[in-house]
Design a protein around this ligand. Structure first.
Ligand SMILES: C[S@@+](CC[C@H](N)C(=O)[O-])C[C@H]1O[C@@H](n2cnc3c(N)ncnc32)[C@H](O)[C@@H]1O
Length: 214
């Protein structure tokens, strides 16, 4: 069930929400190759036994959830996204996941609730990145794992793409270099265990940061 959050009213004009509500129908097909590769980056880093509580922040159409549950069917997963239409696509898969409409900077979730938090290809949309990181830290239990996968400004193609999107796409906010992202994570109370870059095709320069809540 999709549950509205206390922030819902203010989300009505959210440019990200509008953009992804429009894109939702075709997101999986249009971005298939990118999604497969970026989800794989997270799967290679995630540490799970099988029954843990996982939060996927900016879960979109639930592609990470589908792959996690295929491997660990007993996981208790919550997916949060600002776009109800993306969540409707996720709902259609009928996975045993709690889907929540919500804003990263004000998560409708209890403290220390999760063993793992994942945030894939969403951080560059966050208008309040520090508040979002503080929320990730708050809902993660001590020593819990955070995995951030996102575009990386260290690649020229990504830098150019970001500059273009900043001019043309009201949904877009900001991409980060690996060093910048690492510094923000440390500032938010995470120990960065690994920080790595790689490409998806010729265009997308990616980074993956794996952290522990201190
Ligand atoms: C590029 S999609 C990635 C979806 C999914 N994580 C994946 O890897 O396929 C970005 C998602 O982040 C969500 N998002 C962006 N800003 C958000 C925010 N402030 N709070 C919650 N979700 C947000 C968007 O609605 C969108 O579904």
């Amino acid at each position: 069930m999709v549950i509205s959050t206390r922030e819902r009213a203010s989300e009505l004009t959210h440019p990200v929400r509008q953009a992804y509500d429009r894109l939702a129908d075709e997101y999986d097909t249009r971005w298939r190759r990118y999604i497969d590769a970026s989800v794989q980056m997270a799967l290679e880093a995630v540490e799970l036994q099988g029954g843990e509580r996982v939060l996927d922040l900016g879960c979109g159409t639930g592609q990470l959830e589908a792959r996690l549950l295929a491997r660990w069917p007993q996981l208790q997963i919550t997916g949060v996204d600002v776009s109800p239409e993306m969540l409707n696509q996720a709902l259609a898969m009928r996975l045993p996941v709690r889907w929540l409409a919500g804003e990263a900077a004000a998560l409708p979730l209890a403290d220390a609730r999760f063993d793992v938090v994942a945030c894939l290809s969403a951080f560059h949309y966050f208008r309040q990145p520090r508040a979002a990181l503080a929320e990730m830290r708050r809902v993660l239990r001590p020593q819990g794992q955070l995995i951030v996968v996102d575009w990386c400004d260290d690649y020229l193609t990504c830098k150019l793409c970001s500059a273009w999107l900043q001019l043309t796409d009201p949904a877009f906010y900001k991409t980060y270099s690996l060093t910048e992202c690492q510094a923000e994570l440390q500032r938010a109370g995470f120990q960065v265990i690994s920080a790595a870059r790689c490409r998806i095709g010729w265009l997308w320069g990616m980074m993956r940061l794996v952290c522990r809540a201190e």
